[in-house]
Write a protein that binds this ligand. Structure first.
Ligand SMILES: Cc1cc2nc3c(=O)[nH]c(=O)nc-3n(C[C@H](O)[C@H](O)[C@H](O)COP(=O)(O)OP(=O)(O)OC[C@H]3O[C@@H](n4cnc5c(N)ncnc54)[C@H](O)[C@@H]3O)c2cc1C
Length: 432
């Protein structure tokens, strides 16, 4: 039994402020569709929505409930670009394809805007995002990022802030400066996810909850049988939108793509709502913030002025206490503030932080490994997979050219990699 199957949403700030309870049925009769999608997070629902808009019949199978995974509990930061430096992309793909990828990452943000407007999704979407540097070495990385994005891509939304400029908007003494991007933004991820699901349902997509897929049978290039415990879907195409949960599935379901994913736990706490003056003493311009360490802190204010503070952390023990200390390190002025929520989940990292999208066989597609950029990139993934299913794989093929290393040896090796890798990267964060 998959441990996430049949689960309800974790108790989080997001689940306590969700716009609706969808409650879709379990799959109990045979279905036939053009496309079957496994996973009802951003990736699965974005793909379903794009396909439904193009007139395809779609069934989405979700093992737990819509937005149960990372999409319903993340930091909500929709950031353009990719996790790794642009030089590696230039070396690997050359200028033209790198420019295309960059433009697609901007399209990813526009997709959020379009969907919110088109389907009237209430999810507290706000633009404005800062990458904050903890030391001069990290600041140099930001100066370089600003230079390359303007010279190579002609991108003009970024501003470099020195310590004094940063302190006008961010009430922390910790940083030496930052890079502000007025295009990226943040949202209430669970409400965005539920909004996508409602848009899908309105277009005739069938979404089944509590329907974990336990087997997949490739019958031919145009026929696949996707089985749950109670029934099955016959489809012409299959999309794997299982994200970090891919690790828990059998190879027959994931076709080998699990070896590309290293699930890294990340945690978030939410404070009580802050009085306006205290909230302004933290962030006064509505932006979300992330530092540029390898193991990073990310945070923003919610619509009701709670600080949502996240970190990639090394332990599962007393996470709320650990996270509170992390928060107070950045914002000592919050010493007397109550913590109302704490939760965590696995982030879908790849070993080189490059996204992993592609096509397996003639009729199986996947998108995973967003490496911290999934809020934005998952919408793009849905669009380009739907294009490929409808006959134009040009944009998907650019992503397929990115090399993503495999981690062989299964879950034990992944655990070891994390145990050994974390202290090493923490040391890099401290000294470089
Ligand atoms: C704590 C945390 C903070 C994060 N913060 C950010 C952030 O601020 N910005 C950002 O860009 N990214 C962030 N991320 C990452 C981001 O949330 C993900 O990249 C993104 O949500 C991936 O969406 P998805 O639809 O691919 O996966 P998910 O939302 O995880 O959906 C996968 C779904 O597949 C289902 N599933 C899996 N296997 C099966 C099966 N066999 N049968 C049926 N269903 C199955 C699961 O139940 C799950 O609902 C964060 C992640 C976490 C955990």
């Amino acid at each position: 039994m998959l441990d996430f199957a049949f689960q309800k949403h974790l108790k989080t700030y997001y689940s306590d402020t969700m716009n609706c309870h969808l409650q879709q049925a379990q799959l109990s009769q045979m279905e036939t569709a053009d496309v079957c999608i496994i996973g009802a997070g951003f990736t699965g629902l974005s793909t379903a929505l794009e396909l439904a808009e193009k007139g395809k019949s779609v069934v989405v199978l979700e093992g737990a409930c819509v937005g149960f995974g990372a999409s319903g509990r993340n930091g909500g930061q929709a950031i353009n670009g990719f996790e790794d430096g642009i030089d590696e992309y230039l070396q690997e793909l050359g200028l033209k394809a790198t420019q295309q990828l960059w433009n697609m990452s901007l399209e990813a943000i526009d997709i959020i805007d379009e969907r919110i407007e088109k389907y009237a999704i209430q999810c507290d979407w706000k633009r404005g995002y800062l990458t904050a540097a903890l030391n001069e070495r990290r600041m140099e990385d930001l100066i370089y990022a600003k230079q390359t994005s303007s010279t190579i891509f002609g991108y003009s939304h970024m501003q470099l802030w020195d310590k004094a400029q940063l302190k006008r908007h961010l009430g922390s003494d910790l940083y030496v400066g930052g890079l502000y991007d007025g295009n990226s933004g943040h949202l209430h991820p669970l409400n965005y996810c539920l909004g996508l699901a409602q848009a899908c349902l309105a277009l005739g997509v069938k979404i089944y909850e509590n329907s974990p897929v336990i087997d997949v049978e490739l019958i031919s290039d145009t026929k696949i049988k996707i089985k749950t415990a109670k029934s099955a879907v016959n489809a012409a195409h299959l999309v794997l939108a299982t994200n970090a949960y891919v690790d828990k599935l059998s190879k027959k379901i994931h076709f080998g793509i699990a070896k590309k994913i290293l699930p890294v736990e990340s945690f978030i706490i939410a404070t009580e709502p802050l009085p306006q003056a205290l909230a302004d003493s933290v962030i006064n311009n509505g932006m979300s913030v992330c530092d540029n360490n390898i193991f990073l802190d990310y945070y923003r204010l919610s619509a009701d002025n709670r600080l949502l503070f996240g970190s990639d952390s090394s332990s599962n023990k007393n996470m709320v206490d650990v996270m509170r200390q992390n928060m107070l390190h950045v914002f000592p002025q919050l010493e007397s503030v109550r913590i109302d929520y704490g939760w965590g989940g696995p982030v879908d990292m790849t070993l080189n932080a490059k996204p992993h999208f592609g096509q397996l066989h003639n009729n199986v597609y996947f998108a995973q490994g967003y490496s911290g950029h999934g809020v934005a990139l998952s919408g793009l993934a849905g669009r380009i997979i739907s294009e490929a299913i409808c006959g134009d794989a040009t944009r998907l093929q650019i992503f397929e050219r990115l090399k993503v290393p495999s981690l062989y040896g299964g879950k034990l090796v992944k655990k070891l990699a994390l145990a050994v890798g974390k202290p090493y990267y923490r040391m890099l964060d401290r000294f470089f």
